[in-house]
Design a protein around this ligand. Structure first.
Ligand SMILES: *[C@@H]1O[C@H](CO)[C@@H](O)[C@H](O)[C@H]1NC(C)=O
Ligand SMILES: *[C@@H]1O[C@H](CO)[C@@H](O)[C@H](O)[C@H]1NC(C)=O
Ligand SMILES: *[C@@H]1O[C@H](CO)[C@@H](O)[C@H](O)[C@H]1NC(C)=O
Ligand SMILES: *[C@@H]1O[C@H](CO)[C@@H](O)[C@H](O)[C@H]1NC(C)=O
Ligand SMILES: *[C@@H]1O[C@H](CO)[C@@H](O)[C@H](O)[C@H]1NC(C)=O
Ligand SMILES: *[C@@H]1O[C@H](CO)[C@@H](O)[C@H](O)[C@H]1NC(C)=O
Length: 769
């Protein structure tokens, strides 16, 4: 009975997952999860109608800065405090002990525990508590890319000695340690600063000098699903893909069964990797929970990583300190560790970005210059450019072509006219490749409208065509009594790029309107990288392809490109702050072409533009910010002294800084976002301060590209430096008439000296009121 129920859920899940992924690829994972969750919730509510008892739920109690370990602070003292707090809500020590899931104590304070929703206020009222929030579920946001962005292996390998001191921490689904991307041949001893660990089990026996750390975090009770591993081992492939993209070794001749053949490599191939497994296979898609994500941040920051890559997202929090990735990134930034996090996969709707804290780097996804074509040949010698990830080479020269009827909707053993044939299906909901496979069909032509920038693999040779292309196929079928066709293996012709991916989440920033988000874009469409040997290509039980490399898309894929590039910058400038590294990546980005189809959302799609790692190591000037700048930012956002002191662990105070509506303008940010009210004239001042990291003596001149009707005044417009690390200030004043609701104007301010160019985009937007 139990197993029947489970397999039903799994089948149902797979069916909707596939159907949904294909129907609306851009929003597949997030929306699918929501849909499935709602369906299951209804089912659950139905079953539980008889029981009205309130259940305990997993909550995070965040308590700000962690006391210094020099003063005797330890796991024991932290846990004792947390248990006292829990005892006072639960009424007994035993219940407190049973409820506590994590004590955070190394990098920040707080804990995760099972409590009743009615306990929330009681805990909030206790000394030292900043926020209490339910541990929410997040999802993973599913090699030529480096060459495409102008970052050849030769440039990348110029300072391997320094790279070997860099450790990139990745919070994800784990890692496949046997992948060549993590082989430690040629690597020297693990850097002495590393104090993390390797959590070994029978199925994950060791780390090495490349993969220096691996841990797993699972606070949710109950057994893991059969396909997963209770260890840092990656059952799904996602974490193997992201970590090999960030810092995987150089691997010659990588491909997915010959598709996208080339050399695979991470952004800093000489760096080390530490993996923190926080995501697990579950009936509700692959999920990760806030409590585990914070436990991983608490460890990673303490362990000694230099950069953190987080390809996760799932909800929009109205407060920075009720969001696990924002909290973790804040404490990471305080210790000089830059966090790259994903914009999300819920584009192209406006305001869909899911990670937007000003101290993190938010990454959009864009295309590279290759397309994934799977050509359809018809018997009359007409060929049609379908798209798909088709690894199969068909054996016969031709196959009979038939129009699919019922088989396009469901499998039935009585269906005839499928075996040995290529079947044409018009299906926007269900992807029928498995039905046709079960019925012995030779191939599938799927008519589907929508997003042709993302391709998927299928169980049988499949190509996806548009309704317009399908007219040609129908008229061919009508013209002959014996129609025949053939589907070709995927080829990768060149196309114009970069273009922001349809699925990539767009700005504006939902909380602090005047901080532009996403910050930057990187390749995230059809990216080849290492994969878990546990994961069949199409997730179908009949699937026989278990690839070493896989091609997938998402802001999950672009984020580790940025983390790798950040590691590369860090390997050249070990003393730079997280904010300086972020600035270097942003002000040197490749400027995107707003006029290309797909790039119409401009800065809300791509932020400053596409990363350019080689330029980022020589930015000339950086917009740095220290912790006080972020504290002042939080004051303007309305956080009070009590909260600030907890978060910083010192006597920070807002003093005379009042909360203000456009407070984000004051933060020394590398981009300029002007938010206006429709119908009102524009008048905004942005104070900025640059630090000289270029030549000792240098004089930079400002040049402005202003949208028509807008005045951009830079004062002063010349900055003369006479020493390194010297800081100079200037103001940008932006004035103009009113603009219409939902209009986004783009301009830029560039400081230039010799061959240095330091560019900040200026985005002006009228937010609907
Ligand atoms: C490269 O990989 C392809 C596909 O796996 C294989 O057919 C080919 O022989 C390899 N070439 C070299 C030079 O190893
Ligand atoms: C298709 O092209 C081939 C080779 O060019 C030719 O031999 C054949 O006659 C053509 N068939 C039709 C139906 O045009
Ligand atoms: C093909 O024939 C069918 C039925 O004979 C007709 O309904 C359809 O419009 C035709 N399609 C094309 C593209 O000629
Ligand atoms: C500070 O803000 C917190 C959270 O909004 C609130 O609970 C607390 O009462 C405030 N403290 C003061 C002194 O205003
Ligand atoms: C920028 O403007 C403010 C007033 O808004 C002024 O106090 C400050 O001196 C100006 N900074 C520079 C560098 O001109
Ligand atoms: C500018 O040129 C100098 C000398 O050729 C070079 O050393 C430096 O790296 C260049 N800077 C940038 C930003 O390209």
């Amino acid at each position: 009975m139990d197993s029947f129920h489970l397999s039903f859920v799994w089948e149902f899940y797979e069916m909707i997952r596939t159907a949904f992924a294909m129907a609306v690829p851009s929003i597949s994972y997030l929306l699918f999860s929501v849909l499935f969750f709602l369906i299951m919730l209804h089912a659950k509510m139905f079953c539980m109608a008889v029981s009205s008892e309130e259940d305990t739920k997993l909550y995070v109690v965040y308590m700000g800065n962690a006391p210094s370990q020099d003063n005797g602070h330890s796991y024991t003292t932290a846990a004792a405090l947390h248990l006292d707090m829990l005892e006072s809500v639960h009424g007994s020590r035993v219940a407190a002990e049973e409820s506590l899931k994590y004590s955070y104590w190394k990098s920040f304070g707080g804990f995760a525990a099972m409590i009743f929703p009615s306990h929330v206020q009681q805990l909030l009222d206790m000394d030292g508590v900043v926020s209490v929030f339910e541990s929410k579920q997040l999802q993973v946001l599913t090699t030529r890319s480096w060459d495409f962005i102008g970052f050849p292996a030769s440039a990348q390998n110029s300072n391997l000695d320094y790279q070997s001191d860099i450790i990139i921490g990745v919070l994800d689904t784990g890692v496949w340690p046997e992948s060549k991307s993590f082989n430690d041949a040629g690597f020297g001893p693990v850097p002495s600063k590393w104090r993390g660990g390797c959590q070994t089990t029978s199925d994950f026996t060791s780390c090495n000098k490349k993969l220096v750390g691996a841990k797993f975090y699972r606070s949710l009770s109950g057994p893991i699903l059969e396909r997963d591993f209770l260890s840092p081992r990656d059952a799904i492939g996602h974490g193997t893909h992201t970590s090999s993209t960030a810092a995987g070794n150089y691997i010659k001749n990588a491909s997915l069964y010959g598709i996208a053949q080339g050399d695979a490599r991470g952004g800093v191939p000489g760096a080390r990797i530490a993996i923190y497994k926080v995501c697990w296979i579950s009936t509700f898609d692959d999920t990760c929970t806030d409590a585990d994500i914070l436990a991983a941040f608490d460890d990673a920051i303490y362990d000694g990583v230099d950069i953190i890559s987080v390809s996760l997202g799932g909800y929009t929090s109205p407060k920075y300190f009720e969001d696990s990735i924002a909290i973790g990134s804040f404490h990471a930034m305080k210790r000089g560790i830059l966090v790259a996090n994903s914009a999300g996969n819920t584009g192209p709707d406006k305001e869909s970005v899911v990670n937007y804290s000003p101290w993190s780097l938010t990454v959009a996804a864009s295309t590279i210059d290759r397309k994934m074509d799977s050509q359809l040949l018809l018997g009359n010698n007409i060929s049609i450019e379908g798209t798909s990830l088709n690894t199969y080479t068909m054996e016969q020269p031709w196959y009979p072509l038939v129009i699919g009827a019922d088989i396009c909707e469901h499998y039935s053993p009585n269906i005839i006219n499928v075996k040995g044939n290529i079947v044409l299906c018009h299906s926007s909901i269900i992807v029928p490749d498995r039905f046709i496979f079960y019925a012995g069909g030779a191939g599938l032509i799927l008519i589907q409208e929508g997003y042709d920038d993302v391709v998927f693999p299928y169980l049988i040779p499949t190509t996806v065509i548009t309704a317009k292309q399908a007219e040609v196929v129908f008229s061919y079928i009508n013209s002959t009594s014996s129609s025949i066709a053939k589907i070709q293996k995927t080829t990768t012709p060149k196309v114009q790029a970069p273009i922001v991916a349809s699925f990539s989440s767009r700005g504006y920033n939902p909380i602090t309107f005047d901080i532009l988000k996403p910050d930057i874009t990187a390749p995230g469409v059809n990216i080849l990288a290492s994969w878990s040997k546990n994961d069949p290509l199409t997730h179908n039980t009949q699937e026989t392809r278990f690839p070493e490399f896989n091609i997938i898309s998402g802001t999950s894929m672009s984020t580790p490109h940025i983390a790798g590039a950040a590691g590369f910058v860090k390997s050249h400038h070990n003393d730079w702050s997280a904010t300086a590294i972020k600035s270097a990546l942003m002000t040197t980005a490749f400027v995107m072409d707003r006029t290309l189809a797909g790039n119409g959302d401009a800065e809300f799609g791509y932020g400053v533009g596409q990363i350019n790692p080689i330029m980022a190591i020589n930015p000339g000037l950086v917009y740095d910010a220290i912790i006080d700048d972020y504290i002042n930012f939080l004051c303007r956002e309305g956080y009070n002294d009590t909260t600030l002191r907890l978060v910083t662990g010192d006597f920070s105070s807002c003093d005379s800084i009042e909360p203000s509506k456009n407070g984000g303008r004051q933060l020394n940010y590398p981009s300029i976002m002007v938010v206006t009210i429709p119908g009102e004239p524009i008048q905004a001042i942005f104070p900025r301060m640059v630090t000289n990291v270029g030549l000792v003596e240098s004089t930079y001149k400002a040049s402005v590209s202003a949208p028509s009707g807008i005045d951009v005044i830079v004062e002063p417009d010349t900055l003369s430096f006479s020493s390194l690390n010297q800081k100079l200030s200037y103001n940008v004043t932006i004035k103009g008439g009113s603009i219409a609701t939902n209009t986004l104007l783009s301009g830029s301010l560039t400081w230039s000296y010799a061959n240095y160019t330091v560019r900040s985009p200026i985005a002006i937007y009228a937010i609907p009121t």
